[in-house]
Structure formats: C-alpha cells, structure tokens
Design a protein around this ligand. Structure first.
Ligand code: NAI
Ligand code: MG
Length: 354
C-alpha cells in the first residue's frame, strides 16, 4: 500500500473553517478506491491564535510544514488584526520560504453560472493567470520614517530579478504550449515603470524565443484589465508580476461569476518544498458564521492539490462534478443566486463524483 499523502490543513479565519471541511469531504470521496489515501493534520493558526499567543503560527511553524506533501489553506484575516500582520506573518512567509514562486489561478466561467458580462457564456471565459509569487511589488522591502509627523514618509520597493522573471515566464510558456490556443499575454507597464517592467519585458522576450509555437503578446496591465472585460475570449494564459496578477485575478474571478468559485495554487515547481492550495477569496467576515460561503473555490483548490500530488484523474473528476452541480441545477450558495448552504453544495459535489 502506498503511504498516505500528508496534508497540512490551515483552515484559518472567517469562512476558512467553513469551506475547508467542505473541501476535505469532497477530496476524501474523490480518492476513495484509487489506492491513494490522504492524511490531514490540522493547525489552529490564524488570527484567533494570534489573539491568544501574539503569533500567527507556532515559532517553528515553517519547519513543521516542511515535513508535509502539501498545505491546504482556507483564508486568513479577521477584524481587529491588521491585514498586513496576518498576511506578513503567515501567508507570505510560507510562499517565500517554500519558494512557491508560481501562483496559478484558473479563471473560468463555469457552465450555467451567471457572469456580470452581458452576452458571454462559458465558451468565452477560460483564462489562467500565472502570477509571480516570490518577489516583485510584494518583496516587502522598504520602511517608514518620521511616523506620526507631518513629514512622515513611506518607501515600498519592488524587487525584480532576471532569474525570477525568467522562471515564471518559463512556467507560463510551458503551460500555454499545453493548452489548445497556445496564447500568452504578458502583463507589463513598461511605459511608466521604466526599470522593473522594462527588465520584465526583456526577460519575457528572451524566454519567448524558446517557444515559437506560443503566440506571446504584451499588454500594459491597464489595457489587459479592460480586455479581460471587453474581449475575454481573446485571453488564454496570462503571466504577471505579483501585484498585477493579484489585481487581474480578482477581476477574473468576478467575471467568472463569484470570488467564491475561484481556486489558487502556490506552487514550488521543483518540489523541494510543499506547495500550498487555497481559494483566492479572503475570510469574508461579512458572511462568516452563517454557513453560506461558497465552497467551490476551496474544493477546486483541493482538486489542484490532488493534481499536483500525482492524482490528475481525481482532479478531473472533481472539476467535472463541480460543473455538473452548477450546470445542471444543483444547489447554489447565495453569491450565485441560490439559497443553499456550504454543506449542501459540498455534499452535492461529492455525490456528483460518481
Ligand atoms: P474577501 O474575499 O474576504 O471578501 C470579498 C467579498 O466577497 C465579500 O463580500 C465576501 O462576502 C465575498 N466572498 C468571498 N468569498 C466568498 C465565498 N466563498 N462565498 C461567497 N462570498 C464570498 O475579501 P476582503 O473582504 O477584501 O477581505 C476580508 C479579509 O480577508 C481581510 O482580512 C483580508 O486581508 C483577508 N484576505 C485573505 C486572503 C487569504 O487568506 N489568502 C485573500 C484576500 C483577503
Ligand atoms: Mg488578492
């Protein structure tokens, strides 16, 4: 018998502890009978832990996580704890320490889900963003001076390396070359950011030369944002810096019907460290505790985790089950116009796995 896949679970805050158990239900059902087994270990880290201990996770949290095959994260953030604390003491350290330099975010309109874009259907919206996840605008460099005085200053420095751009571009070209349209959009802003984004363009162009079968176009990020709304059918794979990708993927989730359906993967392609899988939404304090959060983003993120762990069939079956539930009149949570609970949607997806 193959050893169980060891998965660290950080359900986190707000709706995290509602959507993650829903995801686990579906994942366990999806692997049943495949010969693979999943061993989940839960960690109580997050803002509640912070209130009790003054830390977002145990001091040796990263060392503990290193021993797992993957990390399944809900959401982090709660009223009363500054968001930069929760992000900088939990999510970003994991992404950086484990060199999860790829943030992969599919943005697909599922069949039957209403989009805010008039006249568009599932056939028009099938994009995936490859977001740089280890440097760029979120490198964390900078500081503040003369706090609380009228001449207070803040400096936030972006950090772009040729190696960092090269490796994210390479991942994006590989992905684009495996998709039918073989189209890659590079999000730039080299007209205004004359240092960082000019390096970005040069490094992407150098990688492009190795992938003649992929049609690569660069767009200024503002124009690309508009294009995702006016011509979504012309966008396939996007490669973007950390900040640009962050913004474009919330836009992509919105045109896909709801932030609640969008999955994300933080991948260490070399597999020297565990990768982390999470819905892209946050802790949604406005709906937390009511059992009505959409679990689809968390379930889909779990499917991406199984794919990464060598179970692509289980991934495909979960995605088809999600499509069946939303496309064939199954239960929907209120964000998709329904009245179902988180649990009812998860049970319906699990039942549709057959
Ligand atoms: P958010 O994603 O939590 O919520 C934005 C809106 O989308 C809210 O109206 C919410 O109700 C709705 N929404 C989100 N997920 C949903 C779901 N699964 N089903 C139905 N509706 C859903 O973003 P917001 O409000 O900007 O941030 C709230 C907290 O989450 C903050 O503390 C923020 O720092 C944190 N956050 C954490 C992230 C993470 O853990 N990776 C990512 C984004 C935000
Ligand atoms: Mg975001």
């Amino acid at each position: 018998m193959t050893p169980p896949l060891r998965i660290a679970v950080i359900a986190g805050d707000g709706i995290g502890p509602e959507v993650i158990p829903a995801g686990i239900t579906v994942l366990e059902r999806a692997v049943a009978g495949t010969g693979a087994t999943l061993a989940f270990t839960e960690f109580p880290w997050g803002c509640e832990f912070y209130r009790r201990t003054g830390r977002m996770m145990d001091a040796d949290g990263l060392e503990i996580l290193q021993g797992f095959d993957a990390i399944y994260l809900g959401a982090i953030g709660a009223p009363g704890v500054p968001d930069h604390v929760s992000v900088w003491e939990l999510i970003l350290p994991i992404r950086q320490r484990f060199d999860q330099y790829v943030n992969l975010r599919p943005m697909r309109l599922l069949p039957g889900v209403p989009t805010p874009l008039a006249g568009r259907t599932a056939a028009d919206i099938d994009m995936v963003c490859v977001r740089e996840n280890s440097e760029g605008e979120y490198a964390g460099l900078g500081g503040r001076l003369h706090r609380g005085t009228p001449h207070e200053v803040a400096e936030q420095t972006g950090l772009f390396t040729r190696r960092g751009i090269d490796r994210i571009a390479r991942y994006a070209f590989e992905l684009a070359s495996r998709r039918p349209r073989r189209l890659l959009a590079s999000a730039t802003k080299s007209n205004a950011l004359q240092h960082s984004m000019v390096l970005w363009d040069e490094a992407v162009a150098a990688v492009a030369a190795e992938y003649p079968a992929v049609e690569c176009r660069k767009y200024h990020v503002d124009a690309l944002a508009a294009r995702m709304i006016t011509h979504p059918h012309t966008v396939d794979v996007i490669v973007a810096s950390n900040l640009f990708g962050d913004i474009l993927t919330d836009l992509g989730a919105a045109v896909s019907g709801s932030l609640g359906v969008a999955p994300g993967a933080n991948i260490n392609p070399e597999r020297t460290h565990p990768s982390m899988f999470e819905p892209i939404h946050g802790s949604a304090p406005d709906i937390a505790g009511r059992g009505i959060a959409n679990p689809i983003g968390a379930i889909w993120a779990g499917a991406l985790m199984l794919d990464h762990l060598g179970l692509p069939d289980a991934h495909d079956r979960i995605v088809r089950a999600i499509e069946r539930v939303v496309g064939e009149g199954g239960p929907r949570t209120p964000d998709l116009g329904g009245t179902a609970t988180t649990r009812e949607v998860a049970d319906a997806v699990a039942a549709a796995l057959a």
